[in-house]
Design a protein around this ligand. Structure first.
Ligand code: HEC
Ligand code: HEC
Ligand code: HEC
Ligand code: HEC
Ligand code: HEC
Ligand code: HEC
Ligand code: HEC
Ligand code: HEC
Ligand code: HEC
Ligand code: HEC
Ligand code: HEC
Ligand code: HEC
Ligand code: HEC
Length: 463
C-alpha cells in the first residue's frame, strides 16, 4: 500500500509530470480537470483520496465508457488498509452495521468535515439517523445526548461492555458526575448525624435515570413520587391512603421535597438538617388545598425556649410526616379545643412523653412543679369537668419566650388574654386576664384570694 501511495504522489507532482510526459487531453488524475472536484472538496480528506490514489478503491470496468467498479466490497473495502475495526470484531458486543460491513453507513470514503470522515457533522447526527427514538419527542434530554456526543458513552464499532458502552455503566456516569458520590464520603456534619448513601446508588444509575432522555425533569424514569414508590411501596401507599395527607409528600416533587436521592450527611437521607428540611416550607404560612392557612412557625427562629423534641430536630416525634390519621398529622390524638372536658385520651400526645400524673394527682410534691404547696394546679386547671383548659391554652407547642414554654398571651375569640408568666425560685405568677393576677408557691403556699363576686368571660369557674 505504501508503494501504491508513493507512486500516486509521484504522479501528482506537476513538475515531474511535465518532465516525464507531454500534457495529454485527458488528465492523469480524476479531479484536477475540474471533474469530481466534489470528491476532494472536503475539509478533511481520506488518506488515499488526498494523494489521488483513486485506483486503490476504484477500477475501470470499461475505460471507453468511463465506467468504474469498486475493487472490493463491504468491510474488505476498508480492511484492505485498516485492520482496527476487524480486530474489534472479536469483542463481546459488535455493532450490527459494523458486523455487516456497512462501514459506508457512517463513513464517507472520500472525506468529511471531520478527521474521522463521518457522514454527519457530529457522530450524533449519524447515530440518530438510525436510532431516532433515543431522544425524539422527549421534554428533557441529557446534555451530551442533545449535543450529539453519542461517542462520549458509546463505541461506534464494538465494545467489551453491554450496549457498546465505553465503560461499565456506573463508572461511565461517575466519570462526568463524580459529585453524586463525592460528598457522601465526607465526614458527618455533626454529632448524631449519620451520613448515608442511598442503597440503589451502589447498583448503578439506571434504576432511576434514563441515560438519554425522558419526559420527567432530571431525566428520571418516572415522576418522583412514582419512582420512589416503585421501591418504597409501604410508605407511598400509606401516604396516599392517609386520612390526613401531607401535600409535601403527595404533590409534584413528592418525596424529593424532603429526601435527597443519592446521599445525605443526615440520617434518613433528608435533604438537610431535619428542622431546616421542614422549615424550608413552614418558615412561612402555607396554604391547604381548601385555601385555609397553616401558620408559619416563625417563633422557632427567635424563641428562647424550645420544646425538648423540637430542640432535638425531632419533628417526627409528634408528626407523622408522610401522612397520618390525626389532625395536624399528629402521631397521637391531641385536642384542638380551648376548653376540653378532661380525659387522658384528649392529651394522649403529651402523655406519651410526660407522666399523666402531672394532671391527675390532686395533691402531690413530685408530679408537677405547678402547685401551690401540694395542691396540683395542673389538675385544677385541666380537669375542671366543664371548663378544663387545654394544655395549649397556657403552653406554646413548639417554642416560646417564657420558661416552661408558657405563652405570653392566648387568643380567646378575638381577645388576646395576657398570661405574662413570671417564674420565681419556688413558684410563679401570672397576669390578670383569665382571672385576677395570681401567685403560687411550692414551699410557702399562697393563700387563696377572697372570692370573686361575679363570674364571667374565660375566667369563669377558674380558682
Ligand atoms: C477508500 C476507497 C475510495 C477511494 C480511495 C476513492 N473512492 Fe470514490 N468511492 C468509493 C466508494 C465506496 C464509493 C461508492 C459511493 C458511496 O458509497 O459513497 C465511491 C464513489 C465515487 C464516485 C461516485 C459518486 C459519489 O461521489 O458517490 C465518484 C465519482 C468517485 N468515487 C470518485 C473518486 C475519486 C475521483 C477518487 C480519488 C480522488 C476516489 N473516488 C477515491 C470509495 C473510494
Ligand atoms: C488504500 C488504503 C485505504 C483504504 C482502502 C481505506 N483507507 Fe482509510 N485511511 C487510509 C490512510 C492512509 C489514512 C490516513 C491515516 C493517518 O492519517 O494516520 C486513512 C484514514 C482513515 C480514517 C481516519 C482515521 C484517523 O484516525 O484519523 C478513517 C475513519 C478511515 N480511514 C476510514 C476508512 C473507511 C471507512 C474505509 C473503507 C470505505 C477506508 N478507510 C479505506 C487508507 C485507506
Ligand atoms: C455506526 C457508524 C459506524 C460504522 C458502521 C463504522 N464506523 Fe468507523 N467510526 C465511526 C465513528 C463514530 C468513529 C469515531 C469514533 C470516536 O470518535 O470515538 C469511527 C472511527 C473509525 C476509524 C478511526 C478510529 C479507529 O477506530 O481506528 C476508522 C479507521 C473506522 N472508523 C473505520 C471503520 C470501518 C473500517 C468500518 C466498517 C468495518 C466502520 N468504521 C464502520 C462510526 C462508524
Ligand atoms: C445504519 C444504521 C445505524 C447507524 C448509523 C447506527 N446504528 Fe446503532 N444499531 C443499528 C442496528 C441495526 C442495531 C441493532 C438493532 C438494534 O438494537 O436496534 C444497532 C444497535 C445499537 C446499539 C445496541 C447495541 C447492543 O447490542 O446492545 C447501540 C448502543 C447503538 N446501536 C448505538 C449507536 C451509536 C452510538 C451510533 C452512532 C455512532 C449508531 N448506533 C449508529 C443501526 C445503526
Ligand atoms: C451519557 C451516556 C450516553 C450517551 C451520551 C448516549 N448513550 Fe446510548 N446508552 C447509554 C446507556 C447507559 C445505555 C444502556 C441502556 C440504558 O440504560 O438505557 C445506552 C443504550 C443505547 C442504545 C440501546 C438501547 C436503547 O435504548 O435502544 C442505543 C441504540 C443508544 N444507546 C443510542 C444512543 C445514541 C444514538 C446516542 C446519541 C444521540 C446515545 N446513545 C448517547 C448511554 C449513553
Ligand atoms: C461525557 C460526560 C457525561 C457522562 C458520561 C454522563 N453525563 Fe450526565 N450530564 C452531563 C452534562 C454535561 C450534564 C448537564 C450539566 C450538568 O447539569 O451537570 C448532565 C446532566 C445529567 C443529569 C441532570 C439532568 C437534568 O435535566 O437535570 C442527570 C440526571 C445525569 N446527567 C445523569 C447521568 C447518568 C445516569 C449517566 C450515566 C448513564 C450520565 N449522566 C453520564 C454529562 C455527562
Ligand atoms: C434512587 C434513584 C436514583 C438513583 C439510583 C440515581 N439517581 Fe440521580 N437523581 C435522582 C433524582 C430523583 C434526581 C432529581 C433530584 C432533584 O430534582 O432534586 C437525581 C438527580 C441527578 C443529577 C442532577 C444533579 C444532582 O446531583 O441533583 C445527576 C447528575 C444525577 N442524578 C446523576 C446520577 C448518577 C451518576 C447516578 C448513579 C451513580 C444516579 N444519579 C443514581 C435519583 C436517582
Ligand atoms: C431501585 C429501588 C429504589 C428506588 C427507586 C428508591 N429507593 Fe430508597 N432505598 C432503596 C433501598 C434498597 C434502601 C435501603 C433499604 C431500606 O432501608 O429499605 C433505600 C433506602 C431509602 C431511605 C433510607 C432509609 C433509612 O435506612 O434511613 C430513604 C429515605 C429512601 N430510600 C428514600 C427514597 C426516595 C425519596 C426515593 C425516590 C427518589 C427512593 N428512595 C427510591 C431502594 C430504592
Ligand atoms: C415532608 C417531608 C417528607 C417527605 C415529603 C417524605 N418524607 Fe420520608 N421521611 C421524612 C422524615 C422526617 C423521616 C424520618 C422520620 C420518620 O421516619 O418518620 C422520613 C423517613 C423515611 C424513610 C425511612 C424510615 C422508614 O420509615 O422506613 C423512608 C424509606 C422514606 N422516608 C421514604 C419516603 C418516600 C418514599 C417518600 C415519598 C412518597 C417520602 N419519604 C416523603 C420526611 C419526608
Ligand atoms: C414542600 C413544602 C413542605 C415541606 C418541605 C413540609 N411541609 Fe408540612 N405542609 C406543607 C403544606 C402545603 C401543608 C398544608 C396542608 C397540605 O397541603 O397537606 C403542610 C401541612 C403540614 C402540617 C399540618 C398542619 C395542619 O394543621 O393541618 C404539619 C404538622 C406539617 N406540615 C409538618 C411538616 C413537617 C414536620 C415537615 C418536615 C418533616 C414538613 N411539614 C415539611 C408543605 C410542606
Ligand atoms: C411535642 C410535639 C410536637 C413537636 C416535636 C412538633 N410539633 Fe408541630 N405541632 C404539634 C401540635 C400539637 C400541633 C397542633 C397545633 C397545636 O395544637 O398547637 C402542631 C402543629 C404544627 C404545624 C401546623 C401549624 C399550626 O399552627 O397549625 C406545623 C406546620 C408543624 N406543627 C410543624 C412542626 C415542625 C416543622 C416541627 C419540627 C421543627 C414540629 N412541628 C414539631 C406538636 C409538635
Ligand atoms: C416526644 C416526647 C414529647 C411529647 C410528645 C411532648 N413533650 Fe413536652 N417535653 C418533652 C421533653 C423531652 C421536654 C424537655 C424536658 C426537660 O427539659 O426536662 C419537654 C418539655 C415540656 C415543657 C416544658 C417544661 C419546662 O419546665 O421547661 C412543657 C410545658 C411541655 N413539654 C408540654 C408538653 C405538652 C403540652 C405536650 C403535648 C402537646 C408535650 N409536651 C408533648 C418531650 C415531649
Ligand atoms: C393554666 C395554665 C396551664 C395549663 C392549662 C397547663 N399547664 Fe403545664 N404548666 C403550667 C405552668 C405555670 C408550669 C410551670 C411550673 C413551674 O415550673 O413553676 C407548667 C409546667 C408544665 C410541665 C413541666 C413539668 C411540671 O409539671 O412542672 C409540663 C410537662 C406541663 N406543664 C405539661 C402540661 C400538659 C401536658 C398540660 C395539659 C394536659 C398542661 N401542662 C396544662 C401551666 C399550665
Amino acid at each position: 500500500m505504501v508503494l501504491a501511495l508513493a507512486a500516486a504522489l509521484i504522479a501528482l507532482d506537476p513538475a515531474r509530470a511535465m518532465q516525464q510526459a507531454p500534457p495529454r487531453v485527458r488528465v492523469h488524475d480524476c479531479t484536477s480537470g475540474g471533474c469530481h472536484a466534489d470528491v476532494t472538496g472536503f475539509e478533511f480528506l481520506h488518506g488515499p483520496v488526498a494523494v489521488g490514489a483513486c485506483e486503490t478503491c476504484h477500477a475501470y470496468a470499461d475505460e471507453a465508457a468511463h465506467r468504474f467498479i469498486l475493487k472490493r466490497s463491504g468491510a474488505e473495502m476498508c480492511s484492505f488498509c485498516h485492520i482496527g475495526p476487524a480486530a474489534e470484531a472479536g469483542l463481546m458486543v459488535v455493532h450490527e452495521p459494523v458486523q455487516k460491513g456497512e462501514c459506508l453507513a457512517c463513513h464517507n470514503p472520500h472525506g468529511s468535515v471531520s478527521r474521522l470522515m463521518l457522514r454527519g457533522a457530529t457522530s450524533g447526527e449519524i447515530c440518530l439517523s438510525c436510532h431516532p427514538a433515543v431522544s425524539q419527542g422527549r421534554a428533557h434530554v441529557h446534555t451530551p445526548v442533545g449535543r450529539g456526543e453519542c461517542t462520549s458513552c458509546h463505541q461506534a464499532h464494538a465494545s467489551s461492555h453491554a450496549d457498546l458502552l465505553v465503560a461499565p455503566q456506573r463508572e461511565l456516569c461517575l466519570r462526568c458526575h463524580a459529585q453524586v458520590l463525592a460528598t457522601a464520603a465526607a465526614p458527618a456534619a455533626g454529632e448524631g448525624l449519620v451520613p448515608m448513601l442511598h442503597a440503589p446508588i451502589l447498583e448503578g444509575c439506571s434504576g432511576c435515570h434514563d441515560a438519554h432522555a425522558s419526559d420527567h425533569a432530571g431525566i428520571l424514569l418516572q415522576a418522583p413520587g412514582e419512582l420512589c414508590a416503585s421501591c418504597h411501596q409501604p410508605i407511598a401507599q400509606a401516604a396516599a391512603a392517609a386520612a390526613v395527607s401531607h401535600s409535601a409528600v403527595t404533590g409534584e416533587r413528592a418525596c424529593l421535597n424532603c429526601h435527597a436521592p443519592h446521599h445525605s450527611p443526615v440520617a434518613n437521607l433528608l435533604r438537610g438538617e431535619p428542622t431546616a428540611t421542614c422549615m424550608a416550607c413552614h418558615g412561612r404560612d402555607v396554604q391547604r388545598a381548601d385555601g385555609t392557612v397553616v401558620a408559619g412557625l416563625t417563633e422557632l427562629a427567635h424563641a428562647t425556649f424550645r420544646h425538648g423534641p423540637v430542640a432535638e430536630g425531632r419533628c417526627d416525634a409528634c408528626h407523622q410526616v408522610h401522612g397520618g390519621s390525626h389532625r395536624a398529622l399528629l402521631t397521637q390524638p391531641y385536642s384542638g379545643a380551648f376548653y376540653q372536658a378532661f380525659d387522658p385520651e384528649s392529651y394522649a400526645l403529651c402523655f406519651q412523653c410526660h407522666d399523666s400524673q402531672l394532671a391527675l394527682e390532686s395533691h402531690t410534691t413530685t408530679a408537677t412543679r405547678f402547685r401551690n404547696g401540694d395542691l396540683n394546679l395542673h389538675r385544677v386547671h385541666v380537669t375542671d369537668p366543664r371548663l378544663g383548659r387545654n394544655c395549649r391554652v397556657c403552653h406554646a407547642t413548639h417554642a416560646g419566650e417564657s420558661a416552661a414554654l408558657m405563652r405570653r398571651d392566648v387568643l380567646f375569640g378575638q381577645w388576646r388574654i395576657p398570661i405574662d408568666f413570671e417564674p420565681t425560685e419556688t413558684g410563679g405568677a401570672c397576669a390578670a386576664g383569665c382571672h385576677r393576677g395570681r401567685r403560687y408557691d411550692r414551699e410557702t403556699p399562697v393563700p387563696p384570694p377572697p372570692p370573686v363576686g361575679q363570674a364571667g368571660g374565660p375566667g369563669a369557674a377558674a380558682p
